[in-house]
Design a protein around this ligand. Structure first.
Ligand code: FES
Length: 127
């Protein structure tokens, strides 16, 4: 099964998932902090991630994903919406964008408060 590694300034998690699993589903399985304000129906851009390894293995973006990514911040050639991109046979190295990490904290204020109490939120700037 493909191995997905999630990275952010706060954490690094890895999980193995079967083909056809979305990157967002993989994140939820391992506790990676990927925002998903619309619940994974391609109606926001809070699940925006950068796929730094394995990008070519993912199915092409459809028009809806491209339209949503137009609304995202700091979009790069390696940008994908985690709820739309399905794992397809290759390992992935996924970076959680600042936009997505902030959205996750907005969705999970208890997690943010705990990190603030530990002096870990907000994190250092993304490289
Ligand atoms: S969770 Fe909203 S577009 Fe992916």
């Amino acid at each position: 099964m493909p191995r997905i590694v999630f990275r952010s300034p706060l954490q690094e998690f890895a999980v193995e998932v079967p083909d056809g699993t979305t990157i967002l589903e993989a994140a939820e399985r391992c506790g990676a902090q990927v925002g998903h304000s619309c619940g994974g129906v391609c109606a926001c851009s809070t699940c925006h991630v950068w796929v730094k390894k394995g990008l070519e293995s993912l199915p092409e973006q459809d028009d809806l994903e491209l339209d949503r990514l137009d609304q995202a911040f700091d979009v790069k050639a390696i940008s994908r919406l985690a709820c739309q991109a399905k794992v397809s046979g290759e390992d992935l190295d996924v970076w959680i964008t600042e936009e997505s990490l902030k959205a996750f904290m907005d969705e999970n204020p208890d997690v943010r408060k705990a990190l603030e109490a530990e002096g870990k939120w907000p994190p250092p700037k993304f490289a």
